[in-house]
Design a protein around this ligand. Structure first.
Ligand code: ZN
Ligand code: ZN
Length: 388
């Protein structure tokens, strides 16, 4: 039985020595294998993963490699387990941990910085200068689970306590996986100023982060919130999550004019760019008024030409954000706990962990209008219980 030295466990939450874990071979090739259950070190806990959501970035990691960075290179054939948007139950405590209890339900954020570089010391742990350094003689202790270290498409994972967010018991497992998505939106809005009550916000791209950006902006009091995109069903969800106006850019070719019209003829204060469309940055720059702020939360695969003179002449601020920094997941969870918006509207499908390839196909090809697809290791047991 699992009982590593210095690690606290409980009879109520027995932990096996080995677990099922999906491992990436060549691009797009995943195999379900047995792996040892990892052991938490100082300031870490062992999390039993109860649910994990699939993100577009997982598909990049699995099919292309970057932004995953394993032992300084591509993630293929390195016995690496992807997956990063998970929640679960604390089942073992590493040395020195009393901040969380065994049996506590938590959601996780991805990045645990090294804690010793300039950016980590500033609280910008998602921009850690020792990103990806966690191996051999360059081991700085950095972890970005599912990017630089093993992630969540398995049964157990270790997490630094700084990456944990305690969640409400009323929150379902599926909703718990969305804390990090809402946290990314919260981080973007934090970076452009944080307090957006009464200010105008455009969100471009109704993917999961864009839809959560609509919900968080509205919860922060933004007015109006305008969402642009190409799919009516996604735009409808945006309205349900708090958008005051939506613009379907397939029907309204001049999206900049449509946004200005929806904002009383003026440019807006903020744009949160979540589409990664080739001309999205130039359009965002034209949507904001002078002195406005544009936050880029999506990464396109190709470089883009940008009208820099327009940025300078109009004193526009341009931000790039990585991940869900500055503890934004805690603020996002607070909104969700208070039921300020219903994040579960973007959850569409759940599959057993053993069916991960099917779940990935649903997410990748948007089968059956899939948005957030979740996999659960204990799904069969839970269903059996419900049936009894
Ligand atoms: Zn993600
Ligand atoms: Zn660091």
């Amino acid at each position: 039985m699992y009982a590593p030295a210095g690690v606290k466990t409980s009879k109520d939450f027995p932990v096996p020595d080995t677990m099922k874990a999906w491992v990436l071979g060549d691009p797009g090739q995943l195999t379900l294998k047995d792996k040892p259950v990892p052991v938490p070190k100082k300031a870490e806990v062992l999390v039993r993963i109860d649910a994990v959501a699939i993100c577009a970035t997982d598909l990049d990691n699995i099919y292309h490699g970057p932004p995953a960075l394993i032992e300084g290179g591509l993630p293929f054939n390195k016995n690496w387990t992807p997956g990063h948007e998970y929640m679960g139950t604390v089942v073992a405590l590493g040395p020195g941990v009393d901040e969380y209890k065994i049996g506590q339900r938590i959601s996780v954020e991805i990045h645990a910085g090294c804690g010793q570089c300039k950016r980590c010391r500033e609280g910008m742990y998602t921009s850690c200068h020792n990103y990806g350094l966690n191996y051999g003689d360059v081991d700085k202790g950095h972890r970005a689970n599912g990017f630089t270290t093993d992630g969540g498409f398995c049964e157990y994972q270790v997490n630094n306590i700084n990456t944990l967010v305690a969640i409400s018991d009323e929150m379902s497992d599926e909703e718990g996986t969305l804390v990090v998505t809402a946290g990314t939106a919260m981080y973007g809005l934090t970076e452009v100023g944080g307090l957006v009550a009464g200010e105008s916000v455009v969100v471009t791209g109704p993917g999961p982060i864009g839809l959560m950006a609509v919900a968080v902006a509205k919860a922060l009091g933004a007015q109006p919130v305008i969402l642009t995109g190409t799919r009516d069903n996604r735009l409808q969800l945006g309205l349900e999550l708090g958008a005051d106006h939506v613009v379907n850019i397939r029907k309204d070719a001049n999206v900049v004019a449509a946004v200005r019209k929806a904002n009383g003829g003026k440019g807006v204060d903020y744009v949160i760019e979540c589409s990664a469309a080739p001309n999205a940055v130039n359009e965002a720059l034209k949507m904001v008024n002078r002195g406005g702020k544009v936050c880029l939360a999506a990464f396109p695969h190709d470089p883009a030409l940008v009208d820099i003179a327009h940025i300078v002449r109009n004193n526009i601020y341009l931000y790039g954000i990585r991940g869900e920094g500055k503890s934004a997941t805690h603020r996002a969870e607070a909104f969700m706990r208070q039921k300020r918006f219903d994040a579960t509207k973007i959850h569409t499908h759940t599959f057993p962990l053993a069916d991960l390839p099917t779940a990935l196909r649903y997410a990748k090809d948007r089968v059956d209008d899939a948005i957030k697809v979740v996999v659960k290791a204990k799904m069969d047991a839970a269903h059996k219980q419900a049936a009894e």
